[in-house]
Design a protein around this ligand. Structure first.
Ligand code: PEP
Ligand code: CO
Length: 451
């Protein structure tokens, strides 16, 4: 953190990927309202997450960070939130069972409403309009009015995040995440697949172990660990005026926290060393993360460590690497060495999604399950060879039975080929793994984690 850091000091630096707000007055009304609204998360929760991420950095836990590429306004019914949580809880059971490690569960949820774009405009039907930048900014429909950046959406994003987080807290602390509910997390359309059946076997073994412990006289009803889950929220801290408005001073420590989510990250397109995004993240005390793509250099990594974690606090800084299946083995080792040589302490997480996006002949963005798996395998292989720790994965997935990524799901109907992609393609932004593909991936990763 610079000695001159304030929640607003980012505004003296160039901020990439900001929308052009057509009305400064509308923006300032929205920000004023946000400044008065209560924080969404509390500093103590963020500190607990830092501790868990520190454990993942040492190989004593494993991070599962997952959720939508872009959350949608309107798509947050109770069922929707519950089913998203189900997929993550199921994956966490599979990973914990296979690895014997606690899984740190972090959603890309309750705030993932802003997107960086490769081009500021989109052209179609002879018309050039501003690109869709996430529901906190504009709408995806290709129409002039819909694409106008509307600052009132920032307030709506806050309220949807609050309602989503409220339900997540209720589900994770109020009984739904109880290990005795383990069978109920298997959604019907998943339960009939080979992954679903494999999951049921684990669930039955866990049931049996719990019956065994109860028979031995252990009072399982008393231990909150079996009945509650810690579930954290995260999103890309892209819209800095919004993040600034939700930055609050912790009454216990007097330190600043970004109170829009437990963990905030800076993306591949906004991690410029002198840019506004790194400046903002450097001063909030949440655990923070930075994406690293194949063009990241060793010098940049050292400088980012210095800017975001000068005191080498474990768990404070996570690097989320997204190299692509073909490049991970060549590009990742120099970055791990650079961070290590500089004496930094970081947690390494693999995002196997964003380096593996391709466009099919029919013009749909997709990802191959095989590439996703290959990148994760490469990530594990590189860390094993470098003596560093593969600390977790960062995934884009949905509870829905969509057809957006190619392959996976065993040899059953969910095995998608190019022709089937259009069947249930509902992505607002990037293509997501469906529930069945997500579970299959969890089984694959749990094998890599086997002690
Ligand atoms: C994302 O996580 O949705 C994203 C845009 O990633 P990246 O910054 O790595 O491209
Ligand atoms: Co994405």
């Amino acid at each position: 953190m610079t000695s001159t850091w304030t929640p607003a000091s980012w505004s003296d630096r160039p901020a990439a990927q900001q929308p052009e707000w057509p009305s400064a007055a509308e923006l300032s009304v929205a920000l004023e309202e946000l400044r008065k609204l209560p924080p969404l998360v509390f500093a103590g929760e963020a500190r607990r997450l830092t501790d868990s991420l520190a454990k993942a950095g040492r190989g004593e836990a494993f991070v599962l960070q997952a959720g939508e590429c872009a959350e949608a306004f309107g798509e947050f019914s109770a069922d929707d939130i519950r089913d998203k949580l189900k997929v993550i809880l199921q994956m966490a059971v599979v990973l914990t069972y296979g690895s014997g490690l606690p899984v740190v569960k972090i959603g890309r949820i309750a705030g993932q409403f802003a997107k960086p774009r490769s081009s500021p405009t989109e052209n179609a039907n002879g018309l050039s309009l501003p690109s869709f930048r996430g529901h906190a900014v504009n709408d995806a429909i290709f129409d002039e009015k819909a694409r106008r950046a509307d600052a009132r959406r920032l307030v709506r994003a806050y309220h949807q995040s609050a309602a989503t987080l409220n339900l997540l807290r209720a589900f994770t602390k109020g009984g739904f995440a109880d290990l005795r509910q383990i069978h109920a997390w298997n959604q019907e359309f998943v339960a009939n697949s080979s992954q679903g059946r494999r999951y049921e076997q684990i669930a039955s073994q866990i049931d049996r172990s719990m019956r065994f412990m109860a028979a031995c006289g252990v009072d399982l009803s008393r231990d909150p660990v079996l009945h509650e889950v810690d579930f954290y929220t995260s999103h890309e801290a892209l819209l800095l005026p919004f993040e600034e408005a939700l930055t609050r001073r912790d009454s216990l420590t007097g330190e600043w926290y970004g109170c829009s989510a437990h963990m905030l990250w800076v993306g591949e397109r906004t991690r410029q060393l002198n840019g506004a995004h790194l400046e903002f993240l450097s001063g909030v005390r949440n655990p923070v993360a930075c994406k690293l793509g194949p063009n990241a250099t060793a010098d940049e990594v050292v400088e980012i460590c210095e800017r975001l974690n000068p005191t080498h606090e474990p768990g404070r800084l996570t690097f989320i690497t997204r190299m692509g299946a073909a490049q991970v083995e060549a590009k990742l080792p120099p970055l791990i060495r650079a961070a290590g040589d500089s004496g930094s302490v970081v947690t390494w997480v693999c995002d196997p999604m964003h380096g593996n996006t391709l466009t099919t002949e029919s013009g749909l963005k997709t990802r191959r399950f095989g590439d996703i798996l290959t990148e994760i395998k490469g990530f594990f292989a590189v860390h094993n060879q470098e003596g560093s720790v593969p600390g977790g994965v960062h995934l884009e997935l949905t509870n829905e039975d969509v057809t957006e990524c190619l392959g996976g799901g065993g040899l059953e109907a969910a095995d998608l080929d190019d022709g089937q992609l259009g069947n249930r393609y509902r992505a607002l932004c990037d293509p997501r793994l469906n529930a069945q593909q997500s579970l299959e991936l969890a089984f694959e990763i749990s094998e890599m984690l086997q002690p």
